[in-house]
Structure formats: C-alpha cells, structure tokens
Design a protein around this ligand. Structure first.
Ligand SMILES: [Zn+2]
Length: 279
C-alpha cells in the first residue's frame, strides 16, 4: 500500500481474544453482537496490526504486538498461538528486526509492546529491535513504570523494564515528527499518553487510529472500550479524528480489526458512519 512517497507494509502479530463486553464498554451485547461474533466464553477475536512505513532509509514500525513470552495459562486466557508472528511477517518482506530504525509506541499495553523483548536460549530477556529508536510519550512511560491496580495487568514489566534500564526509550511530549510527513500525536483516552500516527505525502493521508477505533464496529462514537481509562477523552478524540478523516478522505489504519487493516469512513444517512474496507 502506498501513501505518496511512503510504502506501508501491513504486518500483524497474529490474533488473540478479549472479552466482548469489555471491548464495547457500556454498549449492550445485543447491539455489539450483531456485527461482532463472540465465542462461548464471550470473547471476540482481535488481530494485532502493526504497519511498517518505509520512508527512504527509515523503516518505521508502529507497535509490536503481543510477542511470544506467554506461559500456557496466559495463552489459554487470550488464545494466543504461534501461527502468525510479526517477526515472520517482517521476514516475508525480507526484513529482520535489526532493519527497523524507528519503533513508535502508541502506548505500552501488553498487546502493543510484546516484541520489545524476547527470551533467549538461556531464558533471559533480550531486546528485539536493537537498532530502533523507541518513541514513547513521556507520560505513557511514567504510568507504565508505576501502574496502579487498574493498569497493572496490562503493563508487563518484561516488555518495558529491560529497555527502560538501558535508556532505550526516547521520550516526547504531546507530538513528534518522526520524518517529514509522519507525525505521532497524543490523544489520551485509552491511556493518558495514548498516541495516533498521521502519515501524509503527495496529497494523500492515512491515520493509524490505534485504540480510538480498534475495530470497524467502534466507528459509532459511544462504542468506547471499558479498557479506556479516560472514556470522555476517547469520545472527543474520536469526534475530532473522524471529522478529519471524512474531510480529507484519509485512510484509517486499524490496530485490532480481525478482518480489515485499512478502511475509509463514509457518512451515511442520518449522520451515521460507515466503513469501506480497502485492505
Ligand atoms: Zn491498549
């Protein structure tokens, strides 16, 4: 896929499952279940989409999935398999983790920071993207270092502490331009430091919308996840981002939809939003 001068590789780290009710917050199941099936445990399938932007010599990866440091119990809870990994997807494009020059962290939750580290043969943690600048919003790292009881389950120290100890995280506040045309900007909402990524080149635009719209079903404004720490911020960020995407006919890149990586938004009758799948 291309956005002007940039090539975008649609990589993913496989699928996992989360509770459908939590994924849709206050929305009653009869509504969300109409378009999102769930299993007998009420879990829905999510994919970990991690686009990679090729920009000249830079290979800019956005998020790094679940990783594969999971024990049997965790694998069962989240239904994680080894069928498909980000590392295999990189290899399919002739790339290794060493080729990634920038890793943008939209946030540091367990399903976005997993490949920051892996276990070597001695069972020790080692960094994976050893040549990459690891960009993260300052307050996101602050919270990940000291998560409270609500946040603790999803900021896993093995994904964060080894890099933090090495001083590998490059912090920014609110917004940073990675290369001309690629900007990471804070939305908050899902987490205090949650960011999205705007990609612009040759009059075309794409936005990696992250947890502001994890799946196409989240196109409805009030369909906000119970995982969001600041749901009112999510609501307002969605309103602003959707307006921008409609105005500029931007491609919307999704982080967790199991079937769609890139969609465009369309305003249907009554102001309702529709998504049109492109990839
Ligand atoms: Zn998250």
């Amino acid at each position: 896929m291309r956005i002007g001068d940039f090539e975008i590789l649609l990589l993913n780290d496989g699928t996992f499952k989360l509770d459908g009710g939590a994924m849709f917050g206050i929305i009653p199941k009869p509504l969300w279940n109409r378009e999102t099936p769930c299993d007998e445990k009420n879990r829905m399938v999510l994919r970990c989409n991690c686009p990679l932007i090729r920009a000249g010599r830079e290979n800019i990866l956005i998020d790094c999935g679940l990783g594969r440091k999971w024990n049997e119990k965790q694998r069962a809870i989240y239904e994680i398999t080894d069928d498909h990994t980000l590392i295999a997807d990189l290899a399919a494009h002739g790339l290794t983790p060493e080729d990634v020059t920038v890793l943008v962290h939209t946030h540091l939750h367990l399903d976005h920071a997993g490949w920051n580290t892996r276990l070597n043969e001695n069972g020790e943690l080692e960094p994976v993207f050893v040549n990459a600048r690891h960009l993260v919003e300052r307050r996101e790292l602050d919270i990940a270092r000291r998560p409270n009881e609500l946040q603790r389950g999803t900021y896993l120290a093995p994904n964060i502490a080894p890099l933090d100890a090495n001083g590998d995280f490059e912090l920014f506040e609110n917004q940073v331009e990675v290369v001309p045309g690629v900007t990471v900007f804070r939305t908050g909402g899902h987490t205090f430091g949650h960011c999205c990524v705007r990609i612009e080149s040759g009059g075309q635009k794409a936005i990696f919308i992250g947890e502001m719209m994890p799946t196409t079903a989240h196109r409805h404004l009030p369909w906000v996840m119970a995982y969001d720490m600041y749901p009112l911020e999510t609501l307002e960020a969605k309103r602003v981002l959707f307006k921008e995407c409609l105005r500029d006919n931007a491609l919307v890149l999704l982080d967790h939809d199991p079937h769609a990586f890139a969609v465009r938004l369309k305003e249907a009758e009554g102001g309702k939003l529709e998504t049109i799948k492109e990839q």
